[in-house]
Design a protein around this ligand. Structure first.
Ligand code: ADP
Ligand code: MG
Length: 696
């Protein structure tokens, strides 16, 4: 059976060497097995015929039976089209071809009964069916049918969707073939999964919609289940192998900070996460935890408390940020928090002077420095610690896996790792992509925050937006205006930014107004100078590119204006909005767009206007962009799913993960006879991708 499925595809009836060559090249179908796993991407229901009279109420595709009574040619050149008047016993509708008109006209006959399949569209106030599929009555399409995606080349070798359907049938009708179940009966009953053989047949040659549903569910579940099993097993193996420091004490630093310095209570979510972190640090294994939480939810504070725990246990801690501005802000706020405490905090960035570095390196080695805060500069090999116990990485998605791994190597025993991100990842996606990390979530903002009001405005409203800015500035507030500059070298973007800056400077003249500007083409020291003027309140308006996206904290800024908002992704818009709403004042985010915007843009803008919840936003982002774009990840192995879809099958991911966890709890080594099939398959998965998905 297994051997049969790995037969090269050219040996299948209806394929042969030539087609096999193209199947391999264009669809990566090498074996029978690959063909079986080449699933239809949709289905059409050809079992029902509609009447023209009823089409007004129909959504989706229509199948009609009737005759063409007349052809009408119209237009010339690119506007050329063919219209066929098509009638049944209830009415008449136009069939329209914009391409291949003359060929269609030749191949169709007047007054001969045919079957027509297509999607009725309203043009002006008239219904018609553009480019319908036509079949003669003797060869009419019936029943429920799969649709496979094909390529031009394959279609030219008669392997269009119909052709692929045919070879799949040839394979499934081999009388020896039966798809055996690797999931036990009890497992299948528990999770309501149809037998594998039924599922494979049901997905390729279904008779009814229900059959397709059941088949697809079973196959998706199985695919996601094994993915989760693999992730959980890898995690288990990694944990067993890892040795981590044990932070046993809760000592003076932590306690006195908590009771004397901290000016507020921790939120429930912060307390919960802190508990999770403390538990990790007590297991004797290496902590690898992802901390997700919206901007301003208090992640940094949790990180600081964790670092103090480390210091209480005679370890050093490091905090790494993706930009210099951010590192400096962390350094300043943490130094400020700890100013009365006997904790030595140091800063290391690309601009740290050589002389200072030498001293710093020494102090790190002899343990004088307790907390080191900095940028990528921390990763350099010359940066060595006496006893590094915890590394906190802010804004995880900016650092690659490899970069992170370099932090580990600073000790023989790897330091605990806490990765903080303000870009929420949908839960189900996190379960998969970070299946081998532990995930903590701060899903609660500190009390007293006023939600940010978000508005969508178009160019015609600009003067009123400027008027609003003036009102806010008159109240003593500050304003950000952000321009897209996705690739810092794009000169067009740069010109927009400069034009914008000039327009702002004209509308907000000196001496009443001072305007700062920050962009990626500036020298770091100039950037910092401008940034600082804004931080100190010397300027009221900050015109900037997305360099200010991450972390910058100016509590007095209460208005965020995003220019060309259509050019930003949802998570970026959300990040930018997070720059305001940090003080006591009511804050606003104004999204400026052109007059005409696409459906996707509309959806993004409306989502921003509707909610401030980063997780809700991330769910919409996932729907719009799909998991690959969302994560910008190289772990493409995870995206290589055959039938499940991480943006749509979130609930199945969750069920499959729970099933996997349950199995591993009941039968950790998969020794029970009913789990033998699972064990075999899992072993071969683990063997075939030894280094895949490794985070640490
Ligand atoms: P994040 O790193 O998640 O963006 P921070 O830790 O920087 O958030 O916290 C944002 C602001 O909220 C800081 O000024 C911080 O001091 C404050 N803050 C954090 N936790 C609390 C809390 N529990 N109650 C009140 N304010 C808090
Ligand atoms: Mg932060």
């Amino acid at each position: 059976m297994n051997n049969f499925l790995i037969t090269p595809i050219e040996y299948l009836k209806g394929v042969g060497p030539q087609r096999a060559e193209v199947l391999k090249k264009e669809l990566r179908i090498f074996t029978f097995q690959d063909l079986i796993e080449y699933y239809p991407f949709r289905y059409v229901d050809r079992s029902e015929h509609h009447k023209i009279r009823d089409l007004v109420d129909l959504e989706g595709f229509a199948q009609l039976r009737g005759r063409i009574t007349q052809f009408v040619d119209s237009g010339t050149g690119r506007n050329k089209r063919l219209t066929a008047k098509f009638e049944d016993d209830t009415g008449m509708i136009d069939l329209v071809w914009f391409k291949g008109a003359s060929w269609m006209k030749k191949s169709l006959q007047l007054n001969k009964e045919i079957q027509v399949y297509g999607k009725p569209k309203l043009f002006g106030n008239k219904w018609n069916i553009p480019h319908p599929e036509i079949s003669t009555i003797d060869k009419q399409e019936v029943g429920f049918q799969p649709v496979y995606s094909s390529t031009e080349r394959l279609s030219s070798m008669s392997l269009n969707t119909k052709g692929i359907e045919k070879i799949v049938r040839n394979l499934l009708e081999e009388n020896s073939i039966k798809f055996e179940d690797i999931l036990s009966d009890s497992f299948r009953t528990k999770y309501q999964l149809v037998a594998r053989d039924l599922a494979v047949r049901g997905v390729h040659i279904p008779k009814t919609e229900q059959q397709v549903q059941a088949a697809r569910y079973r196959l998706k579940f199985e695919e996601l289940f094994f993915l989760q099993m693999e992730l959980l097993m890898r995690k288990k193996i990694a944990i067993q192998k890892s040795k981590g420091f044990v932070f046993t004490k809760v000592g003076d630093h932590f306690n006195s900070f908590y009771s004397e310095v901290l000016p507020f209570d921790l939120t429930g979510a912060q307390k919960r996460v802190l508990k999770e972190i403390r538990r990790d640090m007590n297991t004797g294994h290496h902590m690898n935890r992802l901390l997700q939480g919206d901007v301003g939810s208090g992640k940094t504070l949790v990180a600081l408390l964790s670092m103090l725990l480390g210091i209480d246990n005679d370890f050093q801690a490091a905090l790494m940020a993706p930009t210099e501005i951010l590192a400096i802000q962390h350094f300043e706020s943490i130094s400020d928090f700890l100013k009365e405490k006997n904790v030595n905090v140091a800063l290391l960035t690309g601009s740290t002077k050589k002389k200072d570095r030498t001293v710093l390196h020494e102090q790190l080695l002899n343990g004088e420095i307790d907390i080191l805060i900095g940028t990528h500069a921390l990763l350099e090999d010359v940066v060595q610690f006496k006893n590094l116990g915890l590394v906190v990485i802010d804004e995880q998605h900016r650092f690659g896996v490899k970069q992170r791994a370099r932090m580990w190597k600073k000790n023989t025993t790897p330091p605990h790792v806490l990765i903080m991100t303000a870009t929420p990842i949908p839960r189900t996606l996190a379960m998969t992509f970070y299946g081998d990390l532990d995930v903590s979530v701060i899903d609660e903002l500190p009390p007293g925050r006023k939600p940010i009001t978000t508005l969508h405005k178009k160019e015609a409203n600009r003067l009123r937006v400027f008027g609003f800015m003036k009102e806010e500035i008159a109240k003593g507030r500050q304003v950000y205006i952000v321009y897209p500059l996705i690739h810092e070298s794009e000169s067009l973007d740069f010109n927009n930014l400069m034009d914008g800056y000039e327009a702002i400077s004209r509308s907000f003249p000196l001496p009443d107004y001072n305007v700062s500007i920050v962009h990626g083409k500036m020298k770091p020291e100039d950037k910092e100078f401008e940034m600082n003027r804004f931080v100190k309140g010397e300027t009221q308006i900050m015109v900037a590119t997305t360099v200010i996206e991450v972390g910058v904290n100016v509590p007095n800024a209460s208005v965020m204006i995003i220019e060309s908002a259509e050019r930003f992704g949802l998570s970026q818009l959300h990040q930018l909005r997070g720059r305001v709403g940090r003080g006591a004042e009511k804050s606003f985010c104004i999204l400026m767009t052109g007059d005409k915007i696409s459906q996707d843009t509309k959806k993004r803008i409306n989502t921003m206007v509707r909610t401030n919840d980063g997780f809700e936003i991330s769910e919409v982002d996932l729907q719009l962009r799909g998991p690959g774009d969302l994560l910008g990840t190289q772990q493409s192995g995870l995206l290589d799913l055959k039938i499940a879809n991480l943006s749509k099958d979130g609930h199945v991911v969750e069920l499959a993960r729970n099933a996997a966890k349950e199995i591993l709890t009941e039968d950790p080594l998969l020794e029970k006879p009913e789990n033998a099939g699972i064990r075999t398959k899992l072993n071969s998965m683990l063997r075939s991708r030894p280094n895949w998905g490794k985070i640490a």
